[in-house]
Design a protein around this ligand. Structure first.
Ligand SMILES: Cc1cc2nc3c(=O)[nH]c(=O)nc-3n(C[C@H](O)[C@H](O)[C@H](O)COP(=O)(O)O)c2cc1C
Ligand code: SF4
Length: 612
């Protein structure tokens, strides 16, 4: 078919050359080809392999890993509907049916004339404005059947995706384009991140300080990583600085793929200077000259805005050589775009992805602070952590330490979504109770709250007085509200499907075990389960937790374990008596106690102790 012919060899050569024929930039090369030619053709795979010095099989392995890269031709317009559970509850099915009807396509199909592809994708970071979709690089939010119909008809009449956002799209500044497409929904601005923030005050102080002084300030503030695991930031920076090496790196983790989490999206939009300031301070501390912002593929619409901010900072002497006139303080940042793989948020996988590899977690030790990007000491920090660090250097550690709880200092951005009147971002001190947050978000009907996304824990009304902090209920940011009208087992099924979809496949227990767990939940949903199924779930969950290589696998049974522990009646209500007909043999309470025991062996956060 003409539209899908091989990519011309000169175009492939040009794209490879633009990235120095460097195998470590393979992901950029492939994303460049995909966005222009809509697939990675067999000839292109062979040619890229030769240009960067890899085998075609290795290049094909990278293409097949990432869901935004395609071995088959995609349409000129690819519509990716977010099928997150919040989107499902907000009307995903009706929006999908509208697109299918208007485009004459089923999910997963590409039209024969190569005009459209219709796909779905897990959470795209817009749960506060669901249902949402990506149309090529453009975000559409709060879709209804009516707006979906209008969009599909306009696209069929040759409108460009950006025309759906604004007729003046091209004339807008990069920031205004982002604003036109996506709302920030900042509901509560706290003192640290979303209130008044003086530009680069922390960096100006850091330029006068030596690395160990900065480590001392960050350590004294009590700052813990905001990506989920809560590792002390000062300790991480100190360890990277201590490691003897010729090069060091700072990587900002803006992969934000956890369903229900969208706080980093708002910081990237509203506080990019603060983020880059934080990265530059981290670089000053550990002696890094190179930094990478790993931006999830779904946030490609933010790229021009972020590049504009980087250019502004270079022009102002805040990046580049002799930052702020300080001899030897050299640092610059490049943006690495991801390509649609949740596991790439795990820091080892993220580093692999930056290196142009499949986004598979690495075996540890060594930890990234010892041997990270390209084998050099690397600090990987979440967006929010780096923003906090910049504020701490400006305002001093005691100011930050005084906020929050004994084990969790400062403020936290909570991404609240689901069944509430005011979904959005709430910056509050650690230690706020779930009940207080629900009151702010307007959720009087909340019956269950998922804290920390699929890998977190689901609590019921009896636990709403628990505190959001590392001391009690930890979350990387997601707080998803479900009313009593929602089906808990449907939610559990969705989260398990998410893990099945996102497992990198390296470990059998994670790859296969989650499929079995999902099948077990299906038995409950269809009323075919009994006591033996609870026992099987328990054994399987323990195996997955014990034998998985990374945090995705070790937390993937959490949706089952936490609902078994906190919503036992949901399970017992749909269970059958044992085969001998005696309900008494079904000791659901003891089964649940066991599940509770397993669940408590691991905290409900992204990672295990990473001791890095
Ligand atoms: C499957 C998986 C996904 C993760 N996704 C993210 C993410 O999107 N953003 C993030 O900052 N950390 C994520 N993490 C945690 C990172 O591995 C790492 O701990 C974090 O980036 C460290 O930054 P911090 O110390 O500032 O929290 C993820 C971990 C796992 C296991
Ligand atoms: S636990 Fe799952 S995601 Fe992690 S390395 Fe193993 S297979 Fe991959």
């Amino acid at each position: 078919m003409k539209a899908f012919s091989e990519i011309p060899a000169p175009a492939v050569a040009e794209t490879c050359a633009a990235f120095g024929n460097d195998r470590h930039r393979l992901l950029d090369i492939l994303l460049g080809l995909q966005s222009r030619w809509r697939w990675i053709s067999p000839g292109a795979i062979a040619q890229v392999a030769e240009a960067v010095g890899l085998t075609p099989v290795a290049v094909q392995g990278v293409v097949s890993f990432y869901s935004f890269l395609s071995l088959e031709p995609k349409g000129r317009v690819t519509i990716r509907l977010c099928d997150d559970i919040v989107d499902r509850h907000a009307g995903y099915a009706e929006v999908l049916a509208t697109f299918e009807g208007e485009l004459g396509l089923k999910l997963g199909q590409t039209s024969p004339d190569g005009a459209f592809s219709l796909d779905q994708t897990p959470c795209i970071g817009l749960c506060d404005q669901a249902p949402a979709a990506m149309v090529n690089d453009i975000m559409l939010t709060r879709l209804t059947p009516e707006t979906a119909r209008r969009a599909a008809r306009a696209l069929k009449q040759d409108a460009r995706p950006q025309d759906l956002v604004s007729p003046q799209f091209d004339a807008l500044s990069p920031y205004a384009r982002v604003q036109a497409a996506v709302a920030n929904n900042i509901r509560r601005a706290g003192d640290v991140l979303l209130g008044e923030v003086p530009r680069d005050a922390g960096l100006r102080r850091a330029a006068q300080l030596k690395g160990p002084n900065i480590v001392a300030l960050i350590t004294a503030s009590g700052l813990r990583g905001c990506g989920g695991a809560g590792f002390p930031t000062g300790r991480k920076w100190e360890m990277a600085a201590r490691e003897p090496a010729e090069r060091r790196f700072v990587i900002c983790n803006a992969d934000e793929g956890e369903p229900g989490t969208f706080k980093d999206r708002v910081l990237l939009t509203e506080r990019p200077h603060l983020l880059f300031e934080g990265m530059t301070i981290a670089a000053r501390t550990i002696g890094a000259r190179e930094g990478i912002l790993y931006l999830r593929g779904e946030y490609v619409y933010l790229r021009d805005h972020l590049e504009a901010v980087l250019a502004e900072r270079r022009a102002a002497g805040l990046l580049g050589k002799a930052i702020l006139g300080t001899a030897g303080f050299d640092f610059d940042i490049r943006i690495q775009l991801g390509a649609g793989a949740y596991v790439c948020g795990e820091e080892g996988a993220l580093i692999s992805s930056c290196e142009g590899l499949r986004g598979e977690p690495k075996t540890r030790p060594p930890f990234p602070v010892q041997r990270g990007y390209l084998g050099f000491p690397t600090v990987v920090n979440n967006v929010e952590t780096l923003c906090h660090a910049a504020r701490i250097i400006d305002r001093g550690p005691h100011w930050f330490f005084a906020m929050g709880t004994e084990g969790s200092h400062g403020t936290k951005l909570f991404s609240v979504s689901g069944d509430c009147a005011s979904p959005g971002i709430y910056e509050l001190p650690y230690g706020v109770t779930v009940r207080e947050l629900l009151a702010l978000a307007g959720a009087p009907d909340a019956a269950a709250v998922q804290v920390g996304g699929p890998s977190g824990t689901m609590i019921g009304r009896d636990s709403f007085d628990r505190r959001l902090s590392f001391d009690d209920l930890a979350t990387g940011g997601a707080v998803i509200v479900f009313s009593g009208a929602r089906n808990i087992l449907e939610i559990v099924d969705y989260y398990l499907s998410f893990f099945v979809h996102e497992s990198c496949g390296y470990c059998t227990p994670c790859r296969v075990g989650n499929v079995f767990l999902r099948e077990a939940i299906a038995k409950f949903r269809h009323g075919h389960a009994n006591a033996q199924d609870i026992a099987d779930i328990r054994t399987l969950a323990a195996t997955i937790i014990e034998t998985s290589r990374c945090g995705l696998g070790t937390t993937s049974p959490n949706p089952v374990l936490s609902t078994l522990a906190n919503f036992p009646l949901v399970y017992s209500a749909v269970s059958q008596p044992a085969s001998d007909g005696l309900q008494a043999t079904f000791d659901i309470q003891s089964a649940i106690e066991n599940a509770r025991g397993i669940a408590k062996r691991r905290s409900f956060v992204f990672d295990r102790d990473f001791s890095q």
